[in-house]
Write a protein that binds this ligand. Structure first.
Ligand code: UTP
Length: 289
């Protein structure tokens, strides 16, 4: 029987070194694309996929991420008094069901695998989604919803995948591929950040996963992988052969917002999708290119 997917883990404890100095005193996941912080895109996408319970894996200096989904009593009552209905409406996506967001602390950023292991009590015996908020996907159907639908077809573990240029395989988790029907791919191996010459394919995992709770026992081994970090990819690789493991070529466009160029591109792409901004943005873009 395929269990319902209701839980999501949001790892947000990274140092965000590529975005210093912006991330010195604020979390990378609070950086906005147009007018919404990355963390809110992730939470809204998860809600659209039926997620009801969230666990943020946080670290020092990350309290704003949790407060973003709290009631801002003074702000809200001031807006109400002043009749600022539009501004009130803008806060809608920040409201959350009481008790639906929990946090755990990753005291030292030892890697993404370690961050997921920190959420083990939250995960318990349930399947869970992982969303990396710095990967942003522009899609008609939210990416995690596509992944959840595929999970209900296949069961087991499933990750969102995309093709990357060969010379960039050393930035991502890369798949070794078995059967491939053009949409769903059977995963026969996983390697984190392989050099282009060693990469088994150019299909990369993006920051959207549906995983089975058994991955935790492999992460608990605390084996260090690429970059001397505890890699989620290495823990997932251990599940291959034990459980179904698929990749889904999702429909949509991914922006790596942990990278400056990807972040700037996302600003443009998301702004051009906004009816209130598209014309003005298009007009100024023309003056630069
Ligand atoms: P990144 O590889 O982008 O690392 O992490 P980072 O620290 O956020 O950024 P840079 O590379 O220093 O600029 C991918 C995701 O995993 C989380 C990050 O918060 C991000 O969402 N992460 C990473 C953790 O929660 N803990 C870790 O130990 C490492």
């Amino acid at each position: 029987m395929i269990k319902q997917l209701r839980k999501a883990v949001l790892p947000v404890a990274g140092l965000g070194t590529r975005f210093l100095p912006a991330t010195k005193a604020t979390a990378k996941e609070m950086l906005p694309v147009v007018d919404k912080p990355l963390i809110q895109y992730a939470v809204e996408e998860a809600r659209a996929a039926g997620i009801e319970q969230f666990c943020m894996v946080t670290g020092r200096g990350k309290t704003a991420l949790v407060e973003h989904f709290d009631v801002a009593y003074e702000l809200e009552s001031t807006l109400r008094e002043r009749g600022k209905t539009e501004a009130m409406a803008a806060l809608e996506g920040t409201q959350s069901e009481p008790g639906s967001i929990t946090t755990v602390r990753q005291q030292v950023p030892l890697g993404l695998g370690h961050a997921i292991w920190c959420a083990r009590a939250f995960i318990g015996d349930d399947p869970f989604a992982v969303l990396l908020p710095d990967d942003l996907v522009l899609a008609d159907k939210p990416c995690l919803q596509q992944l959840a639908e595929a999970y209900y077809e296949t069961g087991g573990n499933i990750v969102a995948i995309t093709e990357v240029p060969r010379e960039q395989t050393n930035r991502y988790g890369i798949l070794k591929v078995g059967r491939d029907d053009g949409r769903l791919v059977e995963v026969t191996g996983l390697v984190e950040k392989p050099a282009p010459k060693d990469a088994p394919s150019n299909l990369s995992i993006i920051g959207r996963y549906v995983l089975m709770p058994e991955v935790i026992k492999y992460l608990a081994l605390m084996e260090r992988g690429a970059g001397n970090e505890v890699q989620l990819t290495d823990g997932m690789a251990r599940l291959i052969g034990e459980q179904p493991f698929h990749g889904l070529r999702f429909e949509g466009r991914r922006f790596d917002c942990g990278d400056k160029v990807g972040f700037l591109e996302a600003q443009i792409a998301f702004a051009l999708k906004r009816p209130d901004l598209a014309d003005a943005v298009y007009a100024f873009l023309k003056t630069y290119v």
